[in-house]
Design a protein around this ligand. Structure first.
Ligand code: GTP
Length: 504
């Protein structure tokens, strides 16, 4: 069961309980049993699930709730809170301070994605203006240094390691010293992984940790680890002071419930998740939006954050303005293509913008996607604009598709050296994106005002579902999830409303 299915099962259990004529002990028990089953099937540790059930029962004392109390909402709130609690140990992890020396050590089993994650972590911070550096203290796996070196070179991050030295402690100390001298503010030490928990791995890890005195130890865990997650995470925690967890391969078909167990075992928060093999397939992990999404309640603020992340700062107000006007000219499309190309694989995120479907930059076919976009841009370079024509109509700034008659298309094809068929394809693509864009008009206006709750007042779920790109709608848990989210926004007060619905 992948996490999305887990969310679906929990939401269904809540829904079933809500459909009961009276919410009594039996309805509550049925609901909790259903949730327990779903969590266990997702590899969440038995004890955690049992504790969750007990806690909910303690909070929701049906006998004490006077008539008129909204029992359903109280139960729903309790479930939401308990899930958040499972993922949130209650104290934040150490946060590296920019400009100061921070040493961060990565630990985990072999193949968990540790080396890849070290580079992702470095790259993430580098993009935010940090000066990261990578030290390869993995002398166990032949090729580990080459892998780190390759990744680091690609991301232009300084690295340190050795082909001949076999003592990981020595390499770690030398590397950390070197980068301290070079004033790097984030020194990342990658350590060896082994096939399974073994004494020598833990001893080596402990020695590296003792010698380098890291400010933070991050435990990297593959999301497919299953029920073994709790014991494994705990074993690492007992040897070194694990302070944070990163879960990798969340893009796969793993059950993912092990994440919940790892948090409990290490009492450390999940700080990032890995969502692919690429350097930037790496996301900051936030508990509440994650649980909201898990329960199919969507994460609208996440969408707006993503716009902020992918669109350059100086273009954001302009983009929101254009979104709110719904006036999608070819020039707007050209500019967004430019952004998309600059971002490379992160362009996946961009596909959350209206119309910019994943088809434009399909996962695993980014190169082809980029080539197509470049071809489109070459053709658009041959369109009339202020710089290259004295004609009264500037094709690039026009949003009327009727303007593009055959003679114009032929001229563009000739000018760009591309076949007419491709120019026609470009216009089809443009019309499709422009339509999706115009549907977003309302959302753009509200986003500009910063008033998300007005969404529910001004748009119904049906309109909204049309306005959203399909993959985003999916993320909200489809039409049902969107309805729930909008109800919550309607009440706008607290998380309780997220589950929507009338009183019982
Ligand atoms: N799909 C997917 N693959 C990932 C992710 N993170 C890492 N990988 C892949 O997992 C495999 C193992 O990753 P490594 O970084 O070599 O693992 P490691 O834990 O450093 O292994 P050792 O150095 O042997 O301990 C590689 O093929 C990575 O590309 C992720 O988030 N998603």
């Amino acid at each position: 069961m992948v996490l999305a299915q887990l969310g679906g099962s929990i939401s269904r259990a809540i829904q079933q309980m809500s459909n009961a004529t009276v919410i009594d002990e039996k309805a509550l028990n049925d609901c909790l049993n259903e949730i327990t089953r779903a969590l266990l099937q997702s590899d969440v540790q038995f004890k955690l699930v049992r504790d969750m059930q007990t806690n909910i029962k303690k909070i929701v004392n049906l006998d004490d709730l006077a008539a008129g109390h909204n029992k359903r909402k109280i139960i729903q709130q309790a479930i939401f809170n308990e899930l958040c609690k499972m993922l949130d140990p209650g104290k934040p992890s150490f946060t590296p301070k920019k400009g100061k020396t921070n040493v961060v050590m990565f630990v985990g089993l072999q193949g968990s994605g540790k080396t890849t994650t070290c580079t992702k972590y470095a790259y993430y911070h580098q993009k935010k203006g940090w000066k990261p550096a990578l030290v390869c203290a993995d002398t166990f796996r032949a090729g580990a240094f080459d892998q780190l070196k390759q990744n680091a070179t690609k991301a232009k991050i300084p690295f340190y390691g050795s082909y001949t030295e076999s003592d990981p402690v020595k390499i770690a100390v030398e590397g950390v010293e070197r980068f301290k001298e070079e004033n790097c503010d984030l020194i990342i030490v990658d350590t060896s992984g082994r096939h399974k928990q073994e004494a020598s791995l833990f001893e080596e890890m402990r020695q590296v940790s003792e010698a380098t005195r890291p400010d933070l130890v991050i435990f990297v865990m593959d999301s497919s680890i299953g029920q073994a997650a709790f014991d494994q995470a705990q074993a690492f925690k007992q040897s070194v002071a694990v302070g944070a967890v990163i879960i990798t391969k969340m893009d796969g078909h793993a059950k993912g419930g092990g994440a919940l167990s790892a948090v409990a075992a290490t009492k450390s928060p999940v700080i990032f998740i890995g969502t692919g093999e690429h350097m930037d397939e790496f996301e900051v992990f936030d508990v509440k939006p994650f649980v909201s999404r898990l329960l199919g309640m969507g994460d609208l603020s996440g969408f707006m954050d993503k716009i902020k992340e992918v669109v350059p700062m100086d273009q954001q107000p302009e983009l929101l303005q254009k979104l709110s006007e719904g006036n999608f000219t070819l020039r707007v499309m050209y500019e967004q293509f430019q952004n998309l190309l600059k971002m490379g694989p992160i362009g996946q995120v961009f596909s959350m913008l209206p119309g910019f479907s994943a088809d434009l930059m399909p996962k695993g076919h980014e190169k082809e996607g980029q080539a197509k976009i470049k071809r489109y841009m070459t053709m658009m370079d041959s369109m009339t604009n202020q710089g290259n024509t004295r004609l009264p109509v500037l094709e690039l700034d026009n949003s009327n598709p009727k303007l593009m008659n055959e003679s114009r298309m032929m001229r563009i094809a000739r000018g760009s050296g591309r076949p007419l068929r491709e120019v026609m394809e470009l216009f089809e693509e443009y019309k499709r994106i422009a339509k999706a864009w115009s549907n977003m008009k309302g959302l753009g206006k509200m986003a500009k005002k910063g008033d998300m709750s007005s969404l529910s007042r001004n748009m119904n779920a049906q309109q909204m579902s049309k306005a959203l790109p399909p993959q985003m709608l999916k993320q909200f848990g489809g039409m049902g999830g969107l309805q729930n989210l909008m109800k919550q926004m309607g009440s706008g007060k607290d998380m309780m409303g997220m589950f929507g619905g009338g009183d019982k």
